[in-house]
Design a protein around this ligand. Structure first.
Ligand SMILES: CC(C)(COP(=O)(O)OP(=O)(O)OC[C@H]1O[C@@H](n2cnc3c(N)ncnc32)[C@H](O)[C@@H]1OP(=O)(O)O)[C@@H](O)C(=O)NCCC(=O)NCCS
Length: 151
């Protein structure tokens, strides 16, 4: 794979926000939202790089009280997709959750986003249900969860 994991600090966020913007357009996490997640919601950004080049990232919101990690956003650069990078990042999230004592990992995906749904299923998550009218444009979300207790 040849990609190394890095943990982002708040100073690195503009680069993440730029890739988010390129990928998600108007729904991207803005630098301001990322900063709020970092300062208010105990967020972490795990990234994979080849040398200095950013290949992909995942934004995590850590809820200590609920012992839950919420996967806010995951992205692999278009040219690097299909090589297992997102799956590798998810494995790192599971390892992190185990190390820090979190009990669940959860995420939503758009109903139309099949690559994201397959990623969640490959990462051991279970489809819990559908929430209609979840996104601003009215699209439904699928809610996925993985329980780590006893796993
Ligand atoms: C969803 C997304 C993050 C997946 O990233 P990725 O790095 O391509 O994911 P992976 O490489 O782990 O898996 C993608 C596919 O490649 C396959 N794959 C992984 N490693 C492989 C390898 N070594 N050889 C061949 N195929 C491989 C996987 O089986 C998977 O196939 P499938 O989706 O058809 O089942 C990416 O498509 C993306 O950034 N999409 C846009 C943003 C988005 O929608 N994010 C999710 C919502 S927040």
């Amino acid at each position: 794979m040849g990609a190394a994991l890095s943990l982002h600090r708040i100073d690195d966020l503009p680069e993440i926000a730029a890739l988010s913007r390129q990928t998600f357009g108007d729904e991207a996490l803005t630098p301001k939202e990322l900063r709020r997640l970092y300062t208010r919601a105990h967020a972490l950004v795990l990234a994979l790089r080849r040398g200095p080049a950013l290949l992909g990232y995942t934004v995590l919101e850590l809820n200590r009280r609920q012992r839950r990690i919420y996967v806010v956003e995951t992205c692999t650069q278009p040219h690097a997709r299909g090589g297992g990078l997102a799956a590798h990042l998810r494995a790192c999230v599971v390892e992190l959750a185990h190390q820090l004592g979190y009990r669940t990992i959860a995420s939503h995906t758009r109903l139309s986003n099949q690559p994201a749904q397959r990623l969640n299923l490959r990462a051991g998550m279970t489809l819990i249900g559908q929430i209609d009218d979840y996104y601003e444009d009215g699209e439904a979300a699928l809610y996925f969860k993985r329980s780590l207790s006893g796993s």
